[in-house]
Design a protein around this ligand. Structure first.
Ligand code: KIV
Ligand code: ZN
Length: 388
């Protein structure tokens, strides 16, 4: 049985760009959108057109530039938002309007100050209006993570009946546990009439560090789209990281789910977004952090030198990194030192290597990380002779 495709909906330019200090101008957004299309994402959420003239212009320009991916614009369930999104998306080959409203009791009572029935009515009206402009309408139930499943199913059913093609179930506050989020998706799948004709989408925030786990629980339970951002950027603790969900599905083929993303472009895309948003990637970030493929402890280095897969579950080439690296520190053993010496052209017999290792440990204690130039100096100073 061939693997089922999970749509990758990238919201780096909308939800991701809401990070303070990461604002992008239209040109920067166009460059990132081009890279996202090259990467193979299915949907680019280009912005929130009503929010500012700059956002409108960016969505309009991305809509005109993009040929393969669907281009999406966000709107609240508000007439002016929807009309403005439709206007910005006019030139798109595949336009999508993403509209929605808060559904949790907290949102209904305190933010919207209205009733559940009114929320359903506004949702239906918004989807119908969006549908009068574009065929592809995605409905979001904001704070679905904290919305009771029965009411959520009623809202979703009304949105489907009104013409929604995609139902987005955001865990807006990053509150859910994976079991809970997966069960929510399953419940909707089993209880919303007409759901077989639409795509269920995950949209998870990372406040408890569970965004990726929740998104995977979502697709395992029937969702067929994941909303995510490059490097997991986004407000507060961010959104689901695109590179993580793509590699999880790739490295676990028994799930029988795949994406259209070219994983070899993940590292360069991460670097581009980090540079343009002026937001460094943490070194230990999964998949794209600078330490993701570097080994520093002696036991691990020895294992990786003997067989890469002893301590690596991903071939670095699959994410666009030439090779993993062995970082020489005071935790490194003789095997790692000999390996690095060989790469530099030195082949020492056991006795010479033992001598070199003793000096190396002293240097490593002083310097924390020992580089190639330090090793050359060590060889010269100690008059070490290679065995040929
Ligand atoms: O987190 C969220 O609920 C959102 C919606 C606006 C889709 O970003
Ligand atoms: Zn969000």
């Amino acid at each position: 049985m061939s693997a089922e495709k999970i749509q990758i909906f990238d919201t780096t330019l909308r939800d991701g760009e809401q990070v303070p200090g990461c604002k992008l101008n239209t040109n920067e957004k166009l460059v990132i959108a081009r890279q996202l299309e090259l990467l193979g994402v299915d949907v680019i959420e280009a912005g929130f057109p009503i929010s500012s003239p700059g956002d409108f212009e960016a969505v309009r320009a991305i809509a005109l530039q993009t040929k393969e991916a669907t281009v999406c614009g966000l709107s609240r369930a508000v007439e002016g938002d929807i009309r403005t999104a439709a206007e910005a998306l006019k030139g798109a080959v595949r336009p999508r309007i993403h509209t929605g409203i808060g559904t949790s009791d907290l949102h209904v009572q305190y933010k919207l100050r209205t009733s559940r029935e009114e929320v359903i009515a506004r949702a239906v009206e918004a989807v119908k209006l969006a549908k009068s402009f574009v065929e592809d309408v995605e409905f979001y139930a904001e704070d679905a993570g904290r919305t009771d499943n029965e009411f959520l199913a009623r809202v979703c059913e009304a949105a489907v009946k009104a013409g929604a093609t995609v139902l987005n179930i955001p865990d807006t506050t990053g509150y859910c546990l994976p079991e809970e989020y997966g069960a929510k998706i399953k419940y909707l799948y089993e209880n919303v009439k007409g759901i077989e004709n639409v795509c269920l989408s995950t949209h998870c925030h990372n406040d408890l560090g569970l965004a990726t786990a929740n998104s995977i629980a979502g697709v395992v339970n029937g969702a067929r789209q994941i909303e995510c951002t490059i490097n997991g950027v986004g407000e507060r603790a961010g959104n689901t990281a695109l590179e993580e969900v793509v590699m999880i599905l790739r490295q676990h083929p028994y799930l029988n789910l795949m994406t259209g993303v070219n994983s070899k472009l993940l590292t360069e895309t991460s670097a581009l977004v980090s540079h343009m948003m002026r937001m460094p990637v943490q070194p230990n970030k999964a998949i794209v952090g600078s330490n993701a493929f570097s080994h520093s402890s002696g036991i691990h280095q020895d294992g990786v030198i003997k067989h890469r897969e002893t301590y690596e579950i991903i071939d670095p080439k699959d994410v666009g990194v030439d090779s993993s690296s062995i970082v020489l520190t005071a935790r490194s053993g003789r095997a790692a030192l000999a390996y690095r010496f060989q790469k530099l052209g030195y082949n020492f017999d056991k006795e010479t290597l033992d001598k070199a290792y003793g000096v190396f440990l002293q240097v490593a204690d002083e310097k924390k990380e020992v580089g190639d130039s330090d090793l050359h100096v060590l060889v010269e100073k100690q008059n070490l002779v290679t065995a040929g």
